[in-house]
Ligand binder design. Sequence first.
Ligand code: ADP
Ligand code: MG
Length: 704
Amino acid sequence: MSENPTYFSVWNRPLNQGCFLNEKQAAILLKDLEAFTLGDLLRHFPFRYEDRSEILPIKSLSPGMALPAQIAARLEHYEFLGQGPGRRLSAKFQDESGVIEAIWFQKPDIISKFLHLGKTYLLFGRLNEFNGKLNFTHPEMEIFQPEKPRPVMEPVYFTTEKMKRMGMDSKSLNRIILRNLEARRLELKEPFSNSFMQASGLMGLDKSILEIHLPSSQNGLEKARERLKVEELFPLQFYLQQKRMNNKTSKQGFPMPRLESFNIFFNSHLPFSLTNAQKRVVKEIRSDLVSGKQMNRLIQGDVGSGKTIVAFLCMLMAIDNGYQACLMAPTEILANQHFIGISGLAEKIGIRVELLTGSTKTSARKKIVAGLDDGSINILIGTHALIEAYVQFNNLGLAVIDEQHRFGVAQRAALQSKTRERILPHILVMTATPIPRTLAMALYSDLDISAIDELPAGRIEIQTAHRLESQRMRVFGFIKEQILLGRQAYIVYPLIEESETLDLTNLMDGFESISRAFPEYHLSMVHGRMKSADKDFEMARFVKGETSIMVATTVIEVGVNVPNASIMVIENAERFGLTQMHQLRGRVGRGEYQSYCILMTGYKLSREGRLRIETMCRTTDGFEIAETDLKLRGPGDITGTRQSGLSGLKLTNLAEDSALLEKVRNWVADFLSLDPALSTEENKPLKHHLDDILKTKAHWNEIA
Ligand code: ADP
Ligand code: MG
């Protein structure tokens, strides 16, 4: 607890202690909403608001109205109808414009007690059509008091059946929250200083909490939401920026000023001229490496943007200064491919590259261990095997991690500990998952980001089309044409998460029908449950062009490079996420040939599924796709392990709130430059507030 107990007691007060709830209710809130403290309950925000400002004339009601409607009408007549389960209370209400019936099947007797002929009621509810006539079924009802002020917007909360049974439907939940606010709102002290509040123009914390549960106007609600979003964003941004600042000032890195083999390679052996984006990123990394500080840099570059050569050039910088470098890839196939590619480049300048994966034989492994130890291995490429305990470098200066979203943070940390020195190696992370700018800002505040936002010249844009099951024969015909031209094709099946067996069956069935459709061609098949040696064998056959079609699950998603492949068929495309489809599409169009991506689906598509397919057909821009993906799915899925830092976002929508996020980042930067420890008198409450939040966010130290 802090030095200022009243300040925190409101947020931390257990719900079963003086919060106008009985033990049972508190227990249900804990179970169903994970709300343990009053703070949790106050942060159970309405998920929408019903506009009740408008009272409609009965004549204007129609069956197609999407939203619940509100009328004010006089009760003319009521009666009980039917028997047994069909027994109901029917009431006729009239206003100047017409008459409408309201019906209650549940508790008709109790409801009838509240009905008084001749009185005017406010009725609110959804409209039904029955036998050609409109009615309200189970409307909310209260006696109309024109002089009484009504809330402009009625908050609607998520509730569960159990909560309702315990007398906590949306309405009563609101009442409970407001009652608590009435009793304790003044204890909700503002953590920000007066001067900051004035400068920022933010609404006060206590007022925002009240406003979000009891809006006074649309504008007031907007301001409240803004403030509460700041509440969500500020602590994480503060945490990340502070960490970054500490890294920058304290983490020494190996200085790597010398360029020798780098120059030789750059001047005489580059297989192509670099794009401007590649050059820029190499320069950015170069300036990190000579700075004497540890580099922590993320390279974002769409599939095919040429990240590998950039990584290789950076490894040369490390080697030129007497250090070793390693490159870690998420799959064996990919590690292999990197090994082949990079050894090809390295042999031109006499650099020793080795490959270490789970299937490296013991004898070879021993040689590698020795070579790492005596420093004769310059570059080690591999999979997770690189972080196993027996792997010790002589002097690891640079660790490159490809497709990092596949790696947990713990693994990254393990990599860092592979060196004998107390100084940590430079870290370069490469990802082809284009991360929307806002998300990158929200998550990677402690990483520097470089973007390779340009594809090598001469690439022909991939053509993408949506095809239905009924057009399959034509699709197969097209694949044949391409194979006759000497090309190769991928046909990819989705992973079905609920059932691995179904998954495999799906793939096997597909494989069968493809073998029948293409009896004259050799096929490869790769899926997640094959031994990696078998996978590699199949993949290698495809890479060498010995097979024409690769039938696979998404294991081929990442990084694989077969420039001769020109068709990517995605089966059951509606099951794939956008980012994933984009990654798959990136497997083709890597050579000089016009390439195609065909999205196969059935007739029926969900709205979202259709949107994803349309987006894929419309654009090949990874950033646009990532933005759409973010809007459709929210940040969690895109970021994988990193979502931990964002799981607390209830109001903030990173796809829409980028401007606010930018503001918060700047505010945080201001605080950190003026009063980094938040030790001045006026910033003390903020310090307490953040400390208190951080206590509950232990998982944040796993971010980045
Ligand atoms: P990714 O960013 O997806 O990892 P790669 O590094 O595998 O991309 O590069 C994709 C392909 O483009 C490779 O065949 C590579 O040799 C080629 N490439 C990379 N940079 C250039 C360039 N500047 N000009 C021409 N081809 C390039
Ligand atoms: Mg790559």
